[in-house]
Design a protein around this ligand. Structure first.
Ligand code: ZN
Length: 285
């Protein structure tokens, strides 16, 4: 499943630092770490759950995340919903088609029934590659259906957020309305005494952070994830204040009580399983 969208091999020229020689790395075999600059062999990187030895957590597609979190073969997706481009925003229709081809998703969220270590949940994963993981009417509607279904079936909800785009500007007010809509759906689920675990991955910003993703009963984050509403540059310009070191990182959010725990990728599944075991009535595995 991970390699469905592999492109044709292209060869990137890489300048060696020790002289004028150039070596060619096929760019579908190697990836450069954004943090430490190390060239990483893709097969090894995949084995390491897309985490570099330096601790940098690479961004994952929704399907990659699904394969790391859910029990194999347990995922049953909801029926797809498609945006109708309500504003006739120039170029948005083509953008949607391109994003659908790139990710294999109908919109920026992959959602459905799944099991995590034998515990049934509603699982939703936002994919950053789909227009920045932004929330338009489809993402809002699907997440709302997720909470409603979970309420009906008395299930916990687990959502992985990673939407740097926040609310999707191409749908204007329809996107902004999804913030209130999803927040209300979370509230109804919560008042029924059901568990919602929100996992913030890099980057969780804007309207996504300002609605459902900051409302989890338990909020986890991946190391180094950027978490916040407006970006640091805008905050600095608006408040005319110098921001502290590490502002808006997962670690900063933990220190200031906005996040309950930081969980490394290789411990994510076992941590979710443990939390589900503590909170869910009835039998799991
Ligand atoms: Zn690295």
């Amino acid at each position: 499943m991970l390699n469905v969208f592999r492109s044709r091999p292209k060869y990137a020229k890489v300048q060696r630092t020790d002289g004028e020689q150039r070596r060619e790395f096929p760019d579908n075999l190697w990836t450069r770490c954004d943090r430490c600059g190390q060239m990483l062999y893709n097969k090894e990187l995949e084995k390491a759950m897309h985490v570099c030895a330096c601790g940098h957590h690479f961004r994952l597609s929704a399907y990659q995340r699904l394969s790391m979190v859910a029990d194999e073969g347990s995922f049953i997706p909801f029926a797809p919903v498609y945006s109708v481009d309500p504003l006739g925003f120039p170029g948005y229709g083509e953008k949607l088609v391109k994003a659908q081809e790139l990710t294999g998703l109908d919109d920026a969220v992959l959602i459905g029934h799944a099991q995590i270590d034998g515990y049934p949940v509603i699982l939703a994963i936002i994919d950053f590659s789909f227009i920045g993981g932004s929330m338009g009417s489809v993402v809002g509607e699907q997440l709302t259906r997720g909470f409603e279904r979970a309420l009906e079936e008395q299930l916990p909800v687990v959502i992985f957020s990673g939407g740097g785009g926040g609310a999707r500007m191409h749908e204007g007010i329809f996107s902004l309305m999804q913030m209130a809509k999803t927040a209300q759906a979370v509230g109804r689920h919560s008042r029924a005494g059901l568990l919602y675990i929100s996992v913030l991955t890099h980057p969780t910003m804007g309207g996504i952070y300002a609605s459902f993703s900051s409302l989890g009963d338990i909020i986890m984050a991946e190391p180094g994830a950027l978490i916040g509403f407006a970006g640091p540059r805008i905050v600095e310009e608006t408040t005319k204040q110098k921001l502290p070191e590490g502002f808006q990182t997962a670690e900063f959010a933990l220190e200031h009580g906005m996040v309950d725990m930081i969980v490394k990728r290789d411990e994510m599944r076992s941590t979710l399983s443990r939390l589900l075991r503590y909170h869910v009535r009835g039998e799991g595995k």
